[in-house]
Design a protein around this ligand. Structure first.
Ligand SMILES: [Zn+2]
Ligand SMILES: [Zn+2]
Length: 147
């Protein structure tokens, strides 16, 4: 096999999906599933810290992905045909059972979670113990920021 012209690596550089900066070892990501695909988008540390502050909603990342993959967005609801994996914004570990139940049922499933007056749910991560704030968006719970 000849080398590619100019010796350019054919391996795609590991860059952040959102800002295109080098991941620099970041293992943060956002995952979601459509009827036919499992999607994982890598995120750099600075974009993840935006997510932790609630400044980079997963909805925006989903819309960015829909746009970049050429899928038309007819409904205005990016969550209509996909399911976002619920993961801790602090360490990325799954927040487990919550992701499989309807929003209103969450407090019954995770004893440690509780409802806030504004309708959001807070739940501590079983691994890093940081508190994630969850909100119901498009019929599913997504982590919106750290407490
Ligand atoms: Zn980034
Ligand atoms: Zn965690």
């Amino acid at each position: 096999m000849p080398n590619s012209p100019g010796g350019i690596s054919l391996v795609e550089a590991a860059v952040c999906f959102h800002c295109q900066q080098a991941l620099a070892g970041s293992t943060f990501q956002v995952s979601f599933h459509t009827a036919t695909e499992d999607i994982t988008l890598p995120l750099c540390v600075s974009c993840q810290s935006l997510r932790q502050e609630g400044q980079l909603p997963v909805e925006l990342l989903v819309q960015q992905w829909l746009y970049s993959s050429g899928q038309r967005q007819d409904t205005g609801d990016p969550f209509r045909n996909l399911f976002v994996s619920l993961a801790c914004l602090g360490c990325g570990s799954p927040l487990g059972a919550l992701s499989t139940v309807a929003a209103g049922v969450a407090p019954l499933v995770l004893a440690e979670s509780r409802r806030l007056p504004d309708g959001s749910t807070v739940v501590p991560c079983p691994r890093c113990r940081r508190t994630n704030v969850l909100q119901s968006q498009g019929g599913q719970l997504v982590a919106v920021r750290l407490w």
